[in-house]
Design a protein around this ligand. Structure first.
Ligand code: ADE
Length: 348
């Protein structure tokens, strides 16, 4: 019987979302500042390098940019890099933080020429606030109402030319009028293990801690192809090495740390295994609806969908089908189980 451990929910070392202020501080020291320093996402980097160089040559503002893809892959980092490359300052906000039209209007009217405005979770903007963005993005102007009742009148305020960078994990929830106003749309992919390994080596150097090649490789394999998780695990492993008084991180230290954190060779933790295990034990491996899995695990649907599923799908352990979620043959094998006969015939 699969039991949900209490500590699973409290702290999740392989969560892609950024968490404590302390970790954020740590993360910031490791953030690359330029496109050259940025590892991975080659296609985005190539296209952005061209756009940045061209805009600089023409002394123009960069076109609006939409970044989409799973959490933790570096969308905010890239927004800061773009600001830095354009010698512009970056203002940060998010869809849920902009509750009223006035919240957005006050940010927009305080921008300077060439500034970058980064709006995270842009799919969560309320329609009434989103509407303000349309003219701001297209005409660099907003219409504000002065007065109330019959004497109310609209006044057009011109804005400085700025670059909006929108980020979303849910492209499908973005309205098409908003999507169409972005000149560049970039999709973030999970990183290659080799790029994660390079990120770990770079971070270790910044932190002035030595790490053996085999240890970096092993850590990379368990980092869920996500830089933020790689850096967080590196920090934990560094603590283990320090505790042992070692002056370099060895492979066995990585193994010890991962084992104690409940993270396996592919970066799955207790909760990931529980999702797959519950689907297999209680629902014959699926197809089973997300709401049913959510009830069985007492976990919110949105959390399952946004936080846990992307990597399980990336590994090919889970499939989203029109009839519900399905554990794949690979998923069974990872848990050391054989796929049942009825599913084998179904797959043929
Ligand atoms: N740290 C976090 N993400 C990074 C990246 N993509 N390249 C280099 N260092 C990073």
């Amino acid at each position: 019987m699969i039991q949900r451990e209490e500590n699973v929910k409290k702290e999740r070392v392989v969560a892609p979302a950024s968490d404590t202020a302390e970790f954020s501080q740590f993360e910031q020291t490791l953030r690359p500042k330029t496109l050259t320093e940025y590892i991975g996402q080659k296609e985005i980097k190539r296209n952005l390098t061209i756009s940045v160089q061209a805009a600089k040559k023409r002394k123009e503002t960069l076109e609006h940019i939409l970044l989409h893809g799973p959490a933790g892959l570096g969308k905010t980092t890239l927004a800061y890099i773009i600001g830095n490359e354009m010698a512009a300052s970056v203002k940060i906000s998010s869809g849920p933080a902009l509750e009223r039209q006035g919240d957005l209007a006050s940010i927009l009217t305080n921008l300077s020429e060439n500034d970058v405005l980064f709006i995270d979770e842009i799919h969560r903007l309320r329609p009434i606030v989103e509407e303000v963005l349309y003219s701001a993005m297209e005409d660099f102007a907003i219409d504000i109402m002065l007065g109330k009742g019959p004497s109310a009148r609209a006044v057009r305020l011109n804005l400085p030319r700025f670059t909006l960078i929108g980020a979303t994990t849910k492209m499908s929830l973005l309205s098409s009028p908003l999507r169409d106003r972005f000149g560049n749309v970039f999709k973030f992919q999970f990183y290659d293990i080799d790029d994660i390994r390079k990120i770990i080596l770079r971070s270790a150097k910044i932190l002035e801690c030595k790490i053996e090649d085999a240890a970096a490789q092993r850590l990379a394999e368990s980092s869920r192809q996500t830089p933020r998780i790689a850096n967080r695990l590196l920090r934990r492993v560094r603590d283990f090495a320090e505790y042992h008084g070692a002056n370099s991180i060895a492979e066995k230290t990585v193994e010890e740390a991962l084992h104690s954190l409940g993270v396996d060779s592919l970066g799955l933790d207790e909760m990931d295994r529980m999702i797959l295990g519950t689907m297999i034990e209680k629902f014959k491996g699926g197809p089973v609806g997300l709401n049913t899995i959510s009830s069985a695990l007492s976990e919110e649907e949105a959390t399952l969908e946004d936080i846990y599923e992307p990597y399980l799908i990336q590994l090919g352990f889970l499939e989203r089908t029109p009839r519900g979620r399905l554990v794949t043959e690979r998923g069974y094998h990872h848990l050391g189980m054989e796929i049942p006969r009825h599913r084998q015939t179904q797959l043929i």
